[in-house]
Every structure is written in structure tokens, then in C-alpha cells.
Design a protein around this ligand. Sequence first.
Ligand code: CDP
Ligand code: CDP
Ligand code: CDP
Length: 223
Amino acid sequence: DDSFIIVAIDGGAASGKSSTSRALSERFNLLHVDTGSFYRTMTAELLRTGLAAGDEAGIAIAAQALPLETSVEGRRAQMKINGRVVPDAEIRTPEVNANVSHFAAVPQLRQALLDYQRGQAQVARDHGFRGLVMEGRDIGSVIFPDADFRFFLHADPVERARRRAAEGQTDSITERDRLDASRKTAPLACPDGATDIDSTHLTLPEVVDLLSEHLSARLGPVA
Ligand code: CDP
Ligand code: CDP
Ligand code: CDP
């Protein structure tokens, strides 16, 4: 179907990807796919089996063997491993925060997620969505380089740390950004041709309106 649209949103930690994606998914009837939650879920599962960040070979093998499924809850795609959605309380822990960028740097783990992430387009179609909005670090560069819309959200690191702290999270976002931007496979970067948005001085509704204007300019106003 020609009218199916793909929106890619990338950016550093606490740049506003999740809140913006959630709002867009509601305005435009899109499946919301938070790929950070996928990396967090895999990391939590692999940590639970006793794997440590330094064990690249172990992570590579175990990641490729994980049976991944999707369940759609509301407008959100949830990863299921062994039939279970790993709850937020287990994937947003200080331990996962500290480990996820190391696990996400293992090429075979990223490879294991590649088809799964692209397959979310079919999940969205099957559930009658108009398209999907997928957020992460490499969506506009690697997963959907031909997406209809590609955005990259910036925000000053001090402002991002303030946002994350306001959520009561223990999370060294500058360290994660450093690891994410310096890894060899699919590093965090604004891809060529993506729309770059600095949200440092914008409120969340202002960011949502800005992205919505881009979508509406091509799709027409929200039905
Ligand atoms: O919510 P926050 O922006 O802090 O992080 P997240 O989106 O939940 O992503 C957690 C981690 O997963 C990132 O720091 C990356 O290491 C990894 N990730 C990735 O490598 N590629 C993606 N497409 C999404 C997340
Ligand atoms: O998904 P990501 O880690 O990129 O960011 P988020 O979870 O959407 O946003 C992190 C926090 O910053 C949330 O509490 C948002 O409400 C807040 N935020 C903000 O204060 N101003 C913005 N322009 C965007 C997000
Ligand atoms: O379209 P279909 O669901 O059959 O195939 P898919 O592999 O799930 O891809 C869905 C959409 O992702 C395609 O229609 C492309 O627009 C987009 N895509 C992309 O932008 N870049 C890729 N490397 C692969 C797919």
C-alpha cells in the first residue's frame, strides 16, 4: 500500500525521542517502535544468563539464538523473548543503563535485531496502522535509510542530563553517547539528508508540532 509511511527518529540519550514518537504515533495513527527498548530487553535477558559486557563472543552467540516475537500493546510494539515482554522495571535499571551500550556494540547482536526491526513494518500493516514511527540510534542510517521522514534530535548534554535526572534515573548519558557514537558498527550520527532538530530550548509540545508540520506538509492535515 502506497500510503504506508515510515518515520525514523534518531538522537542521543534523553534527546526526546520516546516522548516525541509516542505523540506522533497518536496524531498520525502510527505503530510506535522504540528500538532502545529492544536493545535494553536483549541486554537484560543476556545479563540474566550470566553474560558480561566483556564477553563479546558469548554475547554474539547468545544474541543470535534468542527467539524474538512482537506483541502490540495499544500503539506500541513490545519485544517478546521466550513468550514474555520483559517489564520496564527490568530494562530501565542502573545495571542495564551501564551495560546496554557495550552489548549494543556487538555486531552480531545488532545483526540479530536488523530483520526483526525491519519486520515491524509488516507488524504495523497487519495491525492496520497507517505506518510506523521508529526511534533509536541507526534507524535513518541503517534500518530504514529510505524512510519517508528521517529526523535527528539534538539537545545540549547539560539539558539532557537535567531531563533524565528529573525522571529520577541513574544514567550516565554522556558515557552512553560516547560509546554509541564511537562504536564501529552503526554509530550514533545524524545521517546525510536527515532533518536535524535542536530541541535544547524547545518544549516537548513544540518539538512534536515541528515534526508534525513536516509530516502534514506531505500527508495533509490529521484526519
Ligand atoms: O532512552 P535512551 O535514549 O536513554 O536510550 P534507549 O533509546 O533506551 O537506548 C539504550 C541504548 O540502546 C543506547 O544507548 C544504545 O547503546 C542502544 N541502541 C542502539 O545501539 N541502537 C538503537 N537503534 C537503539 C538503541
Ligand atoms: O527517548 P529519549 O531518551 O530520547 O528521550 P525521552 O524519554 O523522550 O525524554 C526524556 C525526558 O525529557 C522526558 O521526561 C521528556 O518529557 C523530557 N523532554 C523535555 O523536557 N523537553 C523536550 N523537548 C523533550 C523531552
Ligand atoms: O515493504 P515490506 O514490509 O514488504 O518490506 P520490509 O523489508 O519490511 O520494508 C518495509 C519498508 O522499509 C520498505 O517499503 C522501505 O520503504 C523501507 N526500507 C528502507 O527504507 N530501507 C531498507 N534498507 C529496507 C527497507
